[in-house]
Write a protein that binds this ligand. Structure first.
Ligand code: ADP
Ligand code: MG
Length: 814
């Protein structure tokens, strides 16, 4: 029995899953594997662990003393639910009884009964203790998302559960059966529940019927490519016309989210609204004053006239009066006029056809008049610092409307309270992987019908809601897949294969994947791993059967892509290791540099100026015209942006984006890892922090794997020597030997064109092994504005209207 507060008790009782507690616990007691399906927000993530807790699981004195683990695909979900559950159980916020374990942060102790962790962390733990003896139950959450880690975890755990059961039946000392619970937000669980390779006896599937309120779905008549603009308009319309209730907007990534937040903030944020109110008030006062003045003046004139009835010459005076009145109109506040004029408040402006449709849609609802209630606008994406992400759970300030601009995180992982309106772009940024070229990229593409329905469902948690889809029903019918493709089918799998091999799962082809990966991609993974020396060459061509080598085993200890692990394992010469670690960590986390296009304009922030620029910033503040001021600010920002870029590109003489990253990592640490450094140097704070943490973690692993090597983590880096840079370049090239690009005129011997004399790489085509199209150096590369090098190694390819080479290093610099 738990002393929950009355308030908590009430909130809990409203969750659909709480009514099913007995049925769920009965199933768990009677079966080693149970599948639970329940609508997002029905209480799966926060409650199931508590059911087990109350039934005594995890209690050291009980029959099932092992911990209860609940796995999540995302760190923020593991963090937010562990703290939520501590609160629900009325435990102090630092109680070790309910803990979390995510990369870089673990609060488990000997007392822990319930732990929320990422699936990646549990997978790593399996390599060290395949029987998971510390645990009595593993709950794999968000299984419907079909992430690689989740899929593989379910496959491995199906084996572990069977093994523990057998050992327990044989009476092995200290072994108890392991319970496996799979939770999904959708009904599509046949890949788990009806998959005899995975579970010979099908596990029971329990459905939790959520009391979901009706959500009215509105398709757009047209599908515009500019969905951000559409989203902005839709949010503005909902806000000004529809009754209170939170708005949740689904976008695809950080840049979009930041720009939309900024744009909404500029118009509907508290500050903007207050400024507007102030201006309206001032104008009204001015009008009143002038009107009053006019009245007084007229009265005075009248009095004069009455006094001097002989004066017939009143005409010009009246005219003067009119003139003045007109001046008042003309001298109106330009900004405000622009505000009113940009269509947002105008009924039939916005987007032709669409606005008719809006009339229809909004027709049946209670319309409110234009509101001057501010929006409380919050971004939500995974790169956002965790404390900022957690803000969505807090009550918005009184008298404001909550507007959350989110990525997929809000689709099922996180339930934001009181959302009434959903605006769905219908897109998501997904990692795509072309098996033939082995090239991955992030592409914005249509989501699945299942995802679209998850998204609209977010609007019906607390009452009837509305979902505005920024695409037409025809696009939905014709272009949306039924379900999201499991991640294992769309990403390189050498990392996960190496991890499986390190758990001694040799016959990967026979592994009970919920959805087995493509044979080609298995073969490609094997080839890469053999090439990196992580696997023995297998005799049989048809089977991914190669055994893991000693080198592979060391590589598997690093939570990195095998190419990067190889660089670390191979990079122990000439005191290079600290640099290799820094480079690999920066590459793993991703390019920390912001893009030029994110400066100042609506796509991004004008970062705070460095101190020596304070004067010019102060000067700029005195510029009256906002447009000129903005342009001047942008100019200053650009100038310092480019000087920063060339400062960091200087390492290795501008020949490598990788060295540029190394250089900024060094400078960041040298200045003590401050946020102000990131602002002044145009790098993303969260990325720099992640790189720092990852370096510490990797250094620790190196130290414990190679006790002879001094890899104690010293954040500060001296600039590398020429020799060290050369070694780094070699390591990079050998890890990415299949990702070398050659300038097209060099690759093609018959070529009559030569790019040897041109000054920029703009439009200069490159070719790479196994890819039958032209590739171009991306403008974000430091090499873009230089003479085009003949050979380069790249770590990333990105397809938009062209295929772009990113994160580039010149192979044989002059
Ligand atoms: P499910 O896993 O089925 O989607 P959850 O257990 O995550 O459902 O959520 C149940 C309820 O608890 C939701 O109403 C959600 O808003 C609330 N909730 C979950 N996490 C938090 C949190 N960190 N703070 C406040 N409320 C939360
Ligand atoms: Mg959940």
């Amino acid at each position: 029995p738990i002393a929950r507060t009355e308030e908590m008790q009430k909130q809990r009782e409203e969750l659909p899953i709480v009514k099913e507690e007995d049925r769920i616990m009965e199933a768990i007691r009677g079966h080693s594997v149970v599948v639970i399906c329940g609508e997002t927000g029905s209480g799966k993530t926060t409650q199931v662990g508590q059911f087990l807790w109350e039934a005594g699981w995890g209690d050291k004195s009980s029959d099932n003393p092992g911990m209860v683990a609940v796995t999540q695909p995302r760190r923020v979900a593991a963090l937010s639910t562990s703290s939520r559950v501590r609160a629900e159980l009325c435990l102090p916020s630092d109680s070790p009884l309910v803990a979390h374990r995510i990369r870089y942060s673990s609060t488990t102790s000997a007392d822990t009964k319930l732990v929320f962790m990422t699936d990646g962390v549990l997978l790593r733990e399996l390599a060290a203790d395949f029987l998971l003896k510390k645990y009595s139950v593993v709950v794999v959450d968000e299984a419907h998302e079909r992430g690689v880690n989740t899929d593989v975890l379910i496959g491995v755990l199906s084996r572990v559960a069977r093994l523990r059961e057998d050992m327990w039946k044989e009476g092995k000392e200290g072994i108890k059966p392991l319970r496996l619970i799979i939770m999904s937000a959708t009904l599509r669980v046949s890949d788990f529940a009806e998959n005899p390779t995975l579970f010979p006896t099908p596990p029971p599937v329990l459905h939790v019927t959520a009391r979901q309120h009706p959500v009215t779905v509105h398709f757009s008549r047209r599908t515009s490519a500019n969905y951000l603009e559409q989203a902005y308009k839709k949010v503005a319309r909902i806000h000004s016309r529809l009754p209170g209730g939170g708005i949740l907007v689904f976008c695809t990534g950080q840049n979009e989210i930041v720009s939309l937040v900024k744009k909404l903030e500029a118009k509907f944020g508290r500050k903007a609204i207050e400024a507007r109110k102030r201006r309206v008030l001032e104008m009204k006062e001015r009008d009143e004053k002038r009107a009053k003045g006019r009245e007084e003046w007229k009265a005075a004139r009248k009095a004069e006239r009455e006094e001097d009835e002989e004066d017939a010459n009143a005409g010009p005076v009246e005219m003067g009066d009119d003139l003045e009145a007109e001046e008042v109109e003309l001298g109106d506040d330009k900004d405000l006029a622009a505000d009113v004029d940009d269509g947002l408040y105008d009924e039939d402006d916005v987007d032709g056809l669409e606005s008719d449709e809006d009339e229809e849609k909004f027709g049946g609802l209670d319309l409110e008049d234009d509101t001057d209630e501010p929006m409380h606008i919050l971004p939500l994406y995974s790169l956002l610092p965790t404390d900022k992400q957690m803000k969505v759970f807090a009550e918005p300030p009184a008298g404001t409307r909550l507007v959350v601009i989110a990525t997929n995180v809000a689709e099922t992982s996180i339930t934001i309270p009181n959302i009434k309106y959903v605006v769905d772009s219908g897109r998501a940024k997904e990692r795509q992987f072309d098996i033939n070229s082995g090239i991955q990229s992030f592409e914005v593409s249509w989501i699945s019908k299942a995802s679209a329905s998850q998204r609209s469902g977010r609007a019906g948690r607390t009452g009837p809601g509305h979902c505005y889809r920024l695409y037409s029903s025809a696009v939905f019918e014709n272009y949306f897949d039924q379900h999201t493709k499991p991640e294992i089918l769309r990403m390189p799998i050498e990392g996960i294969i190496l991890q499986m091999k390190s758990m001694n799962i040799d016959a990967v082809a026979n592994f009970p994947f919920p959805t087995p990966p493509d044979r080609d991609s298995l073969r490609r993974a094997e080839k890469t791993l053999v090439h990196l020396g992580a696997l023995e060459k297998s005799e049989s061509v048809s089977k991914v059967g190669g055994k893991i080598t000693e080198l592979g085993r060391s590589m598997s200890l690093f939570p990195l892509s095998p190419r990067f692990s190889k660089m670390i394992v191979a990079g122990q010469q000439h005191g290079c290791l600290p640099y290799v670690i820094a480079v690999v960590c920066a590459l793993s986390v991703g390019d920390p540099f912001m893009r030029e296009q994110n400066l100042g304009d609506e796509d991004g922030d004008v970062p705070e100026m460095e101190e020596e620029k304070a004067l010019s910033a102060a000067e700029i503040r005195h510029i009256r015209d906002p447009e000129i001021r903005r342009r001047e600010e942008l100019k200053v920002a650009r100038k310092s942006f480019f000087s920063v870029q060339s400062k960091y590109a200087a390492l290795g003489k501008g020949a490598s984006d990788v060295f540029k990253m190394l250089s900024v990592v060094g400078a960041y640490e040298y200045e003590g890892g401050k946020d102000s450094f990131c602002e002044a140097n145009f790098v993303r704070t969260k990325a720099m922090q992640e790189i720092h943490k990852l370096r510490a973690q990797i250094s620790r692993i190196v130290q414990s794997t190679y006790p002879g090597i001094d890899a104690g983590f010293v954040p500060k880096l001296q600039p590398p020597s020429e020799t060290q840079l050369k070694v780094l370049r070699q390591l990079l090239t050998s890890a990415f030997i299949d990702q070398v690009a050659i300038r097209k005129d060099i690759a093609d011997k018959q070529s009559t064109i030569s790019y040897s004399k041109v000054a920029s790489t703009r439009g200069v085509p490159y070719r790479a092994f196994g890819i039958d199209e032209d590739l171009f150096i991306h403008p974000s590369s430091g090499l873009f504005h230089q003479a085009p090098p003949e050979f380069i190694v790249f770590t990333e390819l990105h397809r938009t209207h062209k295929v772009w080479l990113k994160t580039i290093t010149k192979i044989n610099p002059a």
